[in-house]
Write a protein that binds this ligand. Structure first.
Ligand code: ADP
Ligand code: ADP
Ligand code: MG
Length: 661
């Protein structure tokens, strides 16, 4: 085995690859961008090399910088992970030229599968069923429309160079065709610099079922069964599992054989995934699957295959790259069922918009019985530069139900503060009766979106009561009265004078008063017109409380502006009402300007002492890959500027203050 490995990637996949490499005794080398100097994958590596700026194109996508890092550290091999350079033939070639082992297929195989139309031609020639459609050179709108008519609606327009669900449009009828074609071409040109498209029959009740394959350098190919990745939103995977629910053995065998055939046809080597689209409208049948594309790399969802086979796929990759022969197909067995969920920093209530910020709290499920692959720790940031995936959580059980429910339970217990996540959304998917009965297809999430991602409700009276208790107890602790006097904690809480305390929250434009009264058994809390009997105490960063006898254990944070409670996967921030607070950026009398969302300051246009007119640009904030100009709410004088270009700011951070007017 080669003695050292550079991982040309970041985050969870860099850590996951290095974990196996370390176990196999290899020296591990990480690379990192400006944004990742403190990242976990860097800290864990034996050596780390800085390769450039935060933007992927300035670092993780730079072939020259990575090859240079490998040469400088004497790396014998490079593993590309997934994403970034993993499917770039030129990268495989650059490794070969530098005399470094590329842990992946030969450049020719990457190229052969790189374009969806050419890949389908190859599959067809190898005798693998391909979705009926048109993949010709004539790209005129008239021809494409005529081909769509011939194929029969609904059809799917796909970018030939596509990936990640981009440049794809489902078209229901001839009348919509031209408009959809224009949209797909525009997106394809912008994302891939190639606006060519192909037309495919849209398969009914589609299921995405893919086969994990391996080929060695000696002409052997095997498969490691299937993964079902039908739970998708916007053609992107959310929940993956192995095996596929309801898979007949004859179909598994037919799909496995087809996948191996497609791979051997292009002289494949290493790990790859052949993706098929399956028509589930008449159940799963050996003649009901069609080749979609081949991903010539390790897949995000490979852990579910590892769970059911007991094999380490990265180890297999490294051994093949080192020239080893594959074990025979008959040696690959599966036990039980595995389900993986991708935990993303995104807001399901806002159409899954990525959510960036610092993870002030991150508690992932303890690893008993579950596998957690992550690249971030509490205190790390999810930035706009990279994929917003926080972690993958994988459950393996004897049955599908067991794995799915264990995963749901784990997702419900994940605590995150600082970014919004899809944890509760994923848990709802996993508990959905239709999902549990195995009745899934790629339309599942859209069909159930109203129940899976409900509009956020106003916090309940109970949550306000808990927030008020946290604020009060925290305030008491902070004022140093916790150890003695009326706030003594050891014998419960006492509020001096038999009076009551109030905490005021801003609830939209109104104020919600929570009144807390000390009673013998704890507290009597009134929130709006609801009354609760409560007990509560703080233990470190946790609020341990009981409301009407129901116990609650939440992570809490109290700032002068708000109380945040993380109760399992549901995180709530309650804004404290301050009668003297005029920091409302929207109003003419605002004392300060705050960031409307987390992001990066691109430009500061105001300086202290400057008088600005209403509407004048004060700063430019980049968030979610868009620029937002922050303007003066009224004619004012700037007193203080608290940020500079390049600063990362959290939502609500004060950017500048005005002089009193
Ligand atoms: P898969 O079918 O495995 O989801 P995709 O082509 O959608 O394949 O991408 C694989 C994964 O690689 C994505 O889910 C994403 O997490 C990651 N990825 C892709 N491009 C990038 C990138 N530029 N930076 C970071 N991660 C990326
Ligand atoms: P990408 O490169 O973006 O991963 P794919 O060709 O793999 O593109 O398709 C992505 C997803 O789009 C699939 O997982 C599936 O949900 C859906 N899809 C693709 N082709 C079809 C089809 N012919 N019929 C129905 N759904 C399809
Ligand atoms: Mg795909």
């Amino acid at each position: 085995m080669f003695p050292s490995l550079l991982v040309a990637n970041r985050g969870e996949i860099a850590r996951r690859v290095m974990c196996t490499a370390r176990r196999m005794g290899l020296r591990t080398i990480a690379v990192y961008s400006d944004a990742d100097a403190q990242a976990w994958h860097v800290a864990e590596a034996d050596e780390a090399v800085h390769i450039g700026g935060a933007a992927a194109k300035d670092s993780y996508l730079r072939i020259d910088a990575i090859i240079d890092a490998a040469k400088r550290t004497g790396a014998a091999a490079i593993h590309p992970g997934y994403g970034f350079l993993s499917e770039r033939a030129e990268f495989a070639e650059a490794c070969a030229e530098a005399g470094i082992v590329f842990v992946g297929p030969p450049a020719g195989a990457i190229r052969a599968m790189g374009l969806k139309d050419a890949a389908k031609d190859i599959a067809e020639k190898a005798g693998v069923p391909v979705v009926p459609g048109y993949r010709g050179d004539d790209q005129s709108p008239e021809r494409l429309r005529a081909e769509a008519d011939r194929v029969g609606y609904p059809v799917l327009i796909k970018a030939v160079a596509g990936g990640g669900g981009k440049g794809m449009r489902r078209v229901e009828s001839d009348a919509e065709f031209i408009k959809a074609l224009e949209g797909a071409k525009r997106e394809a040109a912008a994302s891939f610099g190639d606006d060519r498209v192909l037309i495919e029959k849209y398969v009914a009740r589609p299921r995405h079922i893919e086969i994990q394959i391996f080929c060695d350098a000696h002409g052997n190919g095997i498969h490691m069964f299937e993964r079902d990745c039908s739970l998708q939103r916007r053609h992107q995977k959310v929940i993956e599992e192995a095996p596929a629910p309801g898979m007949p053995p004859a179909m598994r065998e037919a799909m496995g054989a087809a996948a191996v055939k497609a791979a051997l046809a292009i002289g494949y080597r290493g790990a790859g995934t052949v993706e098929f689209i399956v028509d589930s409208s008449r159940g799963l049948r050996p003649d009901g699957f069609w080749f979609m594309e081949m991903n010539t790399r390790l897949q995000v969802e490979h852990p579910v295959t590892e769970a059911i086979t007991g094999l380490d796929l990265v180890e297999t990759q490294l051994r093949i790259a080192d020239g080893a022969k594959l074990a025979p197909q008959s040696s690959v067995r599966m036990t039980g069922h595995a389900v993986e969920a991708r935990l993303y920093a995104e807001d399901p209530a806002k159409n899954f918009l990525p959510s960036i910020g610092t993870l002030r709290r991150l508690a992932l499920p303890p690893e008993n019985g579950l596998r957690v692959d992550t690249g971030v720790r509490e205190g790390d940031a999810v930035t706009m530069f990279y994929d917003p995936m926080i972690a993958k959580v994988i459950a393996h059980g004897k049955t599908r139900d067991e794995a799915a429910l264990a995963l749901a339970r784990a997702m419900e217990r994940i605590e995150t503060v600082g970014v919004k996540t899809n944890a509760a959304f994923v848990a709802r998917c996993l508990r959905q009766p239709e999902f549990l009965s195995g009745d899934i297809d790629t339309g599942f999430i859209d069909r159930h979106i109203a129940t899976l991602a409900p509009k956020p409700a106003r916090p309940s009276g109970e949550v306000y009561a808990l927030g008020a208790l946290a604020a009060l107890l925290h305030g008491a602790q902070r004022s140093g009265l916790a150890d003695s006097g009326p706030w003594a904690i050891d014998d419960g809480f006492r509020i001096g004078g038999g009076g009551f305390d109030t905490v005021d929250f801003a609830d939209g434009d109104t104020v919600l008063e929570v009144r807390i009264e000390r009673i013998a058994a704890g507290f009597a809390v009134t929130a709006g017109d609801e009354r609760f009997a409560a007990t509560a105490q703080l233990e470190g960063r946790r609020l341990k409380a009981a409301i009407d006898g129901r116990s609650i254990d939440a992570w809490y944070e109290v700032t002068p502006a708000a109380v945040t409670l993380a109760m399992g996967a549901e995180t709530t921030t309650l804004v404290l009402h301050d009668p003297f607070d005029i920091e409302d950026a929207g109003s003419d009398t605002a004392a300060a300007i705050t960031a409307p969302m987390p992001g990066k300051i691109i430009q500061v246009l105001a300086e202290p002492g400057q008088s600005v007119k209403r509407g004048a640009a004060l700063a430019v904030l980049e968030a979610m890959k868009m620029e937002h100009t922050i303007v003066a709410p009224a004619d004012r004088k700037v007193a203080e500027v608290l940020v500079k270009a390049g600063d990362q700011v959290t939502e609500g951070a004060t950017l500048l203050r005005f002089a009193e007017s």
